[in-house]
Design a protein around this ligand. Sequence first.
Ligand code: OXD
Ligand code: MN
Length: 595
Amino acid sequence: MTTRLDSLQQWIDDVAALTQPERIHWCTGTDEEYRLLIDAMLADGTLHALNPETYPNCYLHRSDPSDVARVEHLTYVCTDDPDDAGPNNNWLAPAEAHARIDALFEGAMRGRTLYVIPYCMGPLASPYSRCGVEITDSPYVVANMKLMTRMGTAALRRIEREGRFVRGLHSTGDLDPDKRLILHFPGESTIKSFGSGYGGNALLGKKCHALRIASNQGRHEGWLAEHMLIVGIESPDGETRYIACALPSACGKTNLAMLIPPASQKGWKVWTLGDDIAWMHLDDDGRLRAINPESGYFGVVPGTNAKTNRNAYDMIRHDTIFTNVALTADNEPWWEDRREGEPAIDWLGRPYDPDQGPAAHPNSRFTVAASNNPGYSTLAEAPEGVPISAIVFGGRRKDLAPLVYEARDWRHGVLVGASVASETTAASTGDVGVVRRDPMAMQPFCGYNFADYWAHWLSFADRSATLPKIFHVNWFRRDEDGRFLWPGFGENLRVLRWILDRCDERAAAIDSPIGRLPAPGSLDTQGLELDDGALDALTSVQPAAWLAEMSEVAKYLAQYGSRLPDALRAELARVTRELDIAATSATPRRQVSAL
Ligand code: OXD
Ligand code: MN
């Protein structure tokens, strides 16, 4: 197969001349093609078939042990002016970047197949979707892209109609960490990735295209590409409202996207639109609408069990690719906190020995089509997307941040988002509990200068009077003995309900310098056995501690210098001033909204 789009054909020819593949395969995206690829990978040992009775059509891939995560220190944004990439990105000049990586690509596909993957991020018929073509020499990448995106002939037809696409060139090379580079050229809508087969580095539709390149496209075209889940909340009377939520990694994004209402929340239903990325546009009426550009999940496996995420647990029992999990003696996948079965072989293929570390890699993953999810919303395929009622930011904070608070307006909400920070967990670094700033949960993913990104966010207030309300949540507050104050998981629906009630002005709130907190009785806590004083701790603000936090935020924002939007600076000054007053006065809190 070839294409009638000359620019695409020319690019394929140029890449083939550089990389010297043995053959070229244009992916059609059919199930038969997937089957053939899987069979070939089973035959050459790239995949291992799992127990066909209990895990039908499920496979284990063991990656190179040095290639198990995104490599932020090797990920670059290449712009003419380093200030356009900003302090939040590693930067290389485009000419130097191309030269360095093209030298690695030279002859890299000798003896291999070059796969051409045309893909569409978002529903094929949506005006909000954007297309790309990934060239790769990894059949594992092709199979994962089949599960994660709308790929193949239909996407190619759209690309040929539109004449534009993001170019992604990928080769696993020889997986030498010293020759690993992940480069983004926003000015050329191009990605080049060498030396890694890991999801976030190699499935170029995901972080590289749908966040780093798309955030640039969104900036120029007036929309937002965000690291957010999208969830639909259906009330007992059948009305569904949608929330987009940005949480840094290890804060339970996939669990929240697939929340199952507990028995106490009778009649409520939760529908998943997306678990990782949201593209949000203003429609003709000024409403913010979201699509999920992906059509599958690349989720962290450890911790998934029938209690924490029943839908995910069931969803990955068939038609799933597992990467770097352990095996039971029955050839089932196993991971820490699965709460079923025992590990026999660890993720490196060795007999399991607890003294050699965890059985599954802490960042082991499942790749699965979204249609496997019993809670997948039919509107995830709607070309017009869904209207967003609330935007929620959050982080993992054992103290300081209340369970939930509401920004007083859009501008304040942008500051709340820009101030997001989260404690690291054992799964991500050796230093547990260190607070890292992660604005809008986009620190590793914003493909341009954060200062310009916040200006872009702020500009939405000039374009619409009906923007969603903005909130902040923290499920992870602890008491002095380290016990969680809030039960979390399904009970988080109570907080989402308060958020939606606030959007309808149906719940009371109390003003504070950092935003609006649930008024007594406004948050449904019926039937929860919260410890004494827990609710008060979860819904109050300590001005002195918050003053210290705002000074950390100010320090962080200062690195953006004069590019930082004045409105954000002014908002920071306003909140700090109000905290100062609160810290020095005994004025009681003021109720702002009654039922
Ligand atoms: C992811 C991530 O894999 O955010 O989604 O790291
Ligand atoms: Mn993510």
